[in-house]
Design a protein around this ligand. Structure first.
Ligand SMILES: Nc1ncnc2c1ncn2[C@@H]1O[C@H](COP(=O)(O)OP(=O)(O)O)[C@@H](O)[C@H]1O
Ligand SMILES: N[C@@H](CCOP(=O)(O)O)C(=O)O
Length: 296
């Protein structure tokens, strides 16, 4: 089982993420036989699903000649910026690790799980899978070798997810193509200021710094056509005293960081009134990392 997540957190594109307890995927991995390598996906094509694709690549990498069946039970809605594809891959590689007794550490699990993302968005971004594997607030501080650190954020923050009723096939792939390939030094410095503010704010419990830091000037701006309602949701949430607001992953969902002084009911009312937006609003907490259950 692995939870959903919100990646980026504003200025931390492909680096930062947080797991949420609201949605979870369950993935079952069974060994069917030995002698040759084959991965089957119950009800689908194993090469187009992040769970079975990650399992295949992990088996190839470890040199195991086994036939495996992968079964995915989706609890996380896909294509909405909630790390749905990443959570399946995270649960799958953790289950395979347990089944084979490979003793792979959590950084290496993230490395295997992120390869699964190739099957959905065409590129192995590590942020969602890092949050789903490790749980809590995470930062991917290195990809070669892969390294994830936990960010010691205040425990009493609540997460509000605004999840639009909006589906765009191949959304993350398209959204990644919209990210600028080059940025100016000025924009880089501004982004670094915000990222620093966010990280110092989260780890020291400084609400004002989190609020200042949870603002992106590069990626969210470039992707705005995918979630035109975002500026209005953001403005409303900040007026209702949210700690911070950002696009969840590649969108279209929005993550609002809240505490006891945030008017969450007011945010719900505002979201209902935003023209052209039909969305569910979920109030949830920071989620735990991947869990494996052994069944005989
Ligand atoms: N196990 C999986 N779970 C969800 N989506 C998957 C999975 N495997 C492949 N996909 C593909 O990835 C797409 C969703 O991924 P993506 O656009 O990155 O959104 P997100 O990960 O935010 O849900 C789906 O439309 C589907 O085609
Ligand atoms: N860093 C990635 C995160 C994509 O998250 P998803 O949940 O929208 O798949 C990106 O911004 O492309």
């Amino acid at each position: 089982m692995a939870h959903s997540s919100s990646a980026n957190l504003g200025p931390g594109f492909d680096v930062l993420a947080v797991a949420h307890s609201v949605f979870r995927d369950e993935v079952e991995v069974r060994i069917l036989g030995e002698g040759s390598l084959k991965v089957e996906l119950a009800g689908g094509d194993p090469l187009t699903n992040t769970a079975s694709y990650a399992v295949l690549k992990m088996l190839e990498n470890l040199g195991h000649k086994v036939q495996v069946e992968v079964r995915v039970r989706k609890g996380i809605p896909a294509g909405l910026g909630l790390g749905s594809s990443g959570a399946s891959a995270a649960a799958a590689v953790a289950a395979l690790n347990e089944l084979l007794g490979s003793g792979v550490d959590r950084n290496t699990l993230v490395k295997y799980a992120m390869v699964g993302e190739v099957a959905s968005s065409g590129s192995p971004h590590p942020d969602n899978v890092a949050a789903s594997v490790v749980g809590g607030w995470v930062a991917v501080t290195s990809v070669e070798p892969l390294k994830v650190v936990s960010i010691p954020a205040p425990r009493d923050y609540l997460l509000v997810l605004v999840v639009p009723d909006l589906k765009l096939e191949g959304k993350t792939k398209k959204a990644r193509e919209m990210v600028p390939r080059q940025i100016s030094m000025e924009d880089h410095v501004e982004s670094t200021r915000r990222l620093t503010s966010l990280l110092v704010g989260l780890s020291s419990g400084n609400r004002e710094l989190v609020r200042e830091g949870m603002r992106d000037n590069l990626v969210e701006t470039a992707r705005l056509p995918l979630f035109p309602f975002y500026p209005e949701v953001r403005k409303s949430a900040l007026e209702r005293n949210a700690v911070g607001v950002c696009v969840s992953g590649a969108g279209p969902s929005v993550l609002i960081l809240a505490d006891r002084s945030t008017d969450v009911d007011g945010i719900r009312d505002d979201v209902r009134r935003i023209s052209g937006l039909r969305a569910e609003v979920y109030l949830t907490e920071v989620g735990e990392g991947v869990k494996v259950e052994v069944r005989n």
